[in-house]
Design a protein around this ligand. Sequence first.
Ligand SMILES: *Cc1c(COP(=O)(O)O)cnc(C)c1O
Length: 443
Amino acid sequence: MSIDISPKRQAADADQHQLAAFGGPVTVPPELRKLPWPVITDADRAAVLETLDAGALVSNVDGRTAVQDLEELWAARTQVPAVVATSNGTTALALALSALGIGPGDEVIVPDLSFIASGLAAVHQMAVPVFADIDPRTFTLDPAAAEAATTPRTAAILPVHLHGQPADMDAIGAVAARHGLAVVEDAAQAHGAEWQGRPVGGLGDAGAFSLQVTKNLPTCGEGGLIAFRDAGVAERARSIGQFGEVVKAGTPRGYVSHELGWNHKMNVVQAAFTRSQLNRFDAYLQARHANVTAFLDRLDVLPGIQVPRPAHHSTHAWHILRFRFDPAAAGLDVPAAGFRRALHRLLRSEGVPLSRYQLMPMSRQPVFTERRGFGDGYPWRAGHPPPEPRTPVAAAVIDDSLTLQLRHLNPGAGPALQCYADAFDKVWEHLPTVAAMAASADR
Ligand SMILES: *Cc1c(COP(=O)(O)O)cnc(C)c1O
């Protein structure tokens, strides 16, 4: 076999390595950029159709529905005495706070990097969210920052197991114990993750999960679950979520509201779909772990990328993969945000579906800076003004990182992720070009 080293072949080789943004071939073919999530099987379809024929289409009927099944299955998984199903993850958080008695005059400590619902839930209870900084590697609430944010008005800490990484529940639990605070876990992104071998959601007083269609345990729309450590608090939540009525199985509905309630219930179709998904949940979790770990191992050797790794004593649910980029570690003297912008442009051109997750720390969202709550600035007006948030780590992480969402959730995503790693390798062969783009003023 002779090796073809004709000038024409050399030019073709060079072309292969050219960046897609500058006319080279696109590394990731279109079919590997979109992988379906959720995966919907005939079993899921049958489960939904069965509920339509079974007659009971709401959960507050006498007798068993898929909602009670799902609550019991999730209680067993999270190792708690009771789970209450809700209409979505946001109502799950609000209902958890409400059942624990968090209300006007109270402050709730929330990490400054999360989905907006983590902060809104406190305001829905007329409580004031106080934003604290995050850890630069796990992206979860920094326990020292949480401790520093406590005041005599603090009533609860709301750690978020962001992207599937459990927050440091030992240290947060210790802060809560020292100050007599409730702990409500936001586990919307972390179904199946464990801290010290125990499932998240069952570690605090309450743990709220979202079943929104893009989450790791999805329904065919919107849904939520709350795990409660205390069965009495769970009953209180069930009552508040059912118009404030006292709910007793086997007893006719009384139509008497004993306190301010809402209608936060889950519907039966959503529950049947998730109950069916739960049969494959562990297999998907395992496949995802293998696919993601092999992908991260390849990115880890490239200089200037901080890949997510499960913190000590924890397992990661890999809901979102967040990469921080450090130009100095890559040998480049350019600003971090410029480096991130250049990488975003080049990797997207190669077909890697990277995106940003959160464009600002939560405390900078207009709803909080302009205090658009109830009436004329409540709940903030009612009490002490919360301290100005100082959360430089959250701001830096948002500035210098990109995320991969949804694509890697599919259990068959392994080959796609390997192809994404090829694209990273290619871009890393062109670091001088990346540096030139990063240094230029164009955004
Ligand atoms: C999705 C999410 C929520 C809200 O859940 P919904 O079901 O969409 O209301 C809350 N917190 C976090 C961290 C989330 O990712």
